[in-house]
Design a binder for this molecule. Structure first.
Ligand code: NCD
Ligand code: ZN
Length: 343
């Protein structure tokens, strides 16, 4: 049986939700990953260091006994975020990034940024203190086609941000297009990107295969096949600028299977296994460890993990649904198989 041992990975983009929901899903992450960048888009977003401290305490409470896990907290950028809040965040030692959600771009982004110019004071301090800006890179204009939102964001915002803040550390989150890959490749070493497994496993046909598929709906939305192939190529290239971020984003079954279903795909039950499958199919298993366990830690200026995990190529069944608070959540590839297993 094919098997590889790699340094324990980290998840550089994760949604763990709040309260009773955290404990339903967090074990899937803590079983695989040592750390995760925790997204701040709760219904009451994590806009201050004080809120992040409380949220962190709720996450720590939900870690199963025997598992070691460090939540790497983030702040949610708003038009009101100021430089003092950034300094407090940096001094806390537990906040590792500030997330820019363009207002209206995705789940719980209504209180996000409607005018990035209002954030220039905060961005200047972030550049000074070395606090990364994590970007949901999609424009929200109603006249821009949903499949072009990332490309347009690059044109309209990213070039300007980089020329105004040339030393700001930037993570372009969950990139989905050839344009985003090129942008990151051509930028300086302070610009990197996360890539999800689902954007490398599926193209946009998966949204409509035999009927409408709400469990394949996420943001940024799945793209064309040539973009999917380019993402696999970038992730498996060995380029240090690309690293693992699942963007595992659970919603209740009910919130997905309705007339206006939420965006988000739950993948933490196969958080590293899906990537092993992708790298194996691309004949690049030797590149998995850097992508999953080194590049993100190096970019964020954190120590690499010291323990290891073993991955084996063997099929295991994925349940049709998982418990999620008092409700259920349909995991990615429900009732099908994981092709790789973690020991
Ligand atoms: C995320 C969520 O549900 O919080 N949804 C998603 O489709 N990825 C938000 C996000 O990261 O865009
Ligand atoms: Zn996300």
């Amino acid at each position: 049986m094919k098997s590889i041992t790699i340094t324990r990975p980290d998840d550089w983009h994760l949604h763990v939700r709040d309260h009773k929901f955290i404990s339903s899903i967090l074990p899937d992450t803590t079983k695989r990953f040592a750390r995760a960048i925790i997204m701040p888009n709760l219904s009451d977003p994590i806009t201050t260091t004080a809120l992040a401290a409380d949220y962190r305490a709720r996450i720590l409470m939900a870690i199963p006994t025997g598992h070691k896990f460090e939540p790497l907290m983030t702040l949610y950028l708003t038009n009101q975020t100021n430089g003092d809040e950034i300094k407090r965040a940096k001094e806390s030692g537990f906040i590792h990034g500030v997330k820019w959600y363009p207002a209206g771009a995705t789940t719980n982004s209504d209180k996000g940024v409607s005018d990035i110019a209002t954030c220039y004071g905060a961005l200047a301090v972030m550049q000074d203190v070395g606090m990364p800006l994590l970007i949901h890179g999609e424009v929200t204009d109603i006249d821009v086609d949903i499949f072009d939102r990332e490309e347009k964001f690059i044109e309209r915002f990213l070039g300007k941000i980089i020329s105004d803040f040339p030393n700001l550390k930037i993570v372009f989150e969950h990139i989905t297009t050839e344009q985003a890959i090129k942008f990151v490749e051509n930028s300086g070493p302070n610009v990197a990107a996360t890539i999800t497994a689902h954007h490398m496993l599926l193209n946009r046909n998966a949204l409509f295969k035999g009927g409408i598929r709400p469990h394949h709906y996420c943001l940024p939305v799945l793209k064309r096949e040539h973009h999917r192939k380019a993402l696999v190529k970038a992730a498996t290239s060995g380029n240090k600028k690309f690293f693992l971020g699942t963007d595992s984003a659970p919603h209740t079954e009910h919130a997905k299977e309705t007339a206006c279903g939420c965006a988000g795909i739950y993948t933490s039950h196969g958080g590293i296994e899906f990537y092993a499958e992708i790298f194996d199919k691309a004949n690049a298993l030797d590149k998995l460890e850097a992508f999953a366990s080194f590049n993100g830690a190096d970019f964020y200026g954190l120590q690499r993990n010291s323990d290891q995990i073993i991955l084996t190529k063997k099929q295991t069944k994925i349940p049709p649904s998982i418990a999620f608070g008092d409700e259920s959540c349909i995991p990615f590839r429900a009732s099908e198989c994981l092709e790789w297993a973690i020991d």
